[in-house]
Design a protein around this ligand. Sequence first.
Ligand SMILES: Cc1cn([C@H]2C[C@H](O)[C@@H](COP(=O)(O)OP(=O)(O)O[C@H]3O[C@H](C)C(=O)[C@H](O)[C@H]3O)O2)c(=O)[nH]c1=O
Length: 181
Amino acid sequence: MKVSSTTLSGVLLLEPEVYGDSRGFFFESFNERRFAVEAGIVAHFVQDNHSRSGRHILRGLHYQVGNPQGKLIRVVRGAIFDVAVDLRRSSPTFGHWDGVRLDAEHHQQLWVPPGLAHGFLVLSDEADVLYKTTDYWSPQNERCIRWDDPQLAIAWPLEGAPVLSDKDRAGQAFADAELFP
Ligand SMILES: Cc1cn([C@H]2C[C@H](O)[C@@H](COP(=O)(O)OP(=O)(O)O[C@H]3O[C@H](C)C(=O)[C@H](O)[C@H]3O)O2)c(=O)[nH]c1=O
């Protein structure tokens, strides 16, 4: 597995060994021991999510206070621009964002540890996004930062206005975010 750092402390881009043959392909999308030894990711996942979205849909930027979730994200159909924002005050990359393309063709995964906001923009006609989380969904603890917060100035690869949920349209400013130690 190829492990690459990003500009955010602790956020890693993982590229698995894919075994192709005349039938198709096989790869391990998660292996607790391998992820710990090769990527230093020691995580206990308690939930596995699957969301499907159409082109120009933007989900996020979400985080949970109280029980923050680490997320291991991958795309099994289409392509997304996946973004994380560092909300950890003690992090050397506090207040920074980074974004990577994840797509079904290359099977990349992004590891986003607890303490960051997460969101993505769909780049294809449709995208199926699977992600494991290290804590349970807790709606009362969910928070949302505006995708277009001027202080973050995230360079989304937009072709026109994104399609948002009402919740995301009413997101908070980064300046009002509830931060982590
Ligand atoms: C997140 C979640 C949602 N739901 C239900 C609640 C709603 O009835 C429906 C859609 O929820 P929501 O609009 O919050 O879904 P997203 O906008 O995709 O939220 C996610 O978007 C970004 C990308 C994230 O990183 C988070 O994992 C998550 O907040 O699924 C559940 O039943 N369990 C869950 O874990």
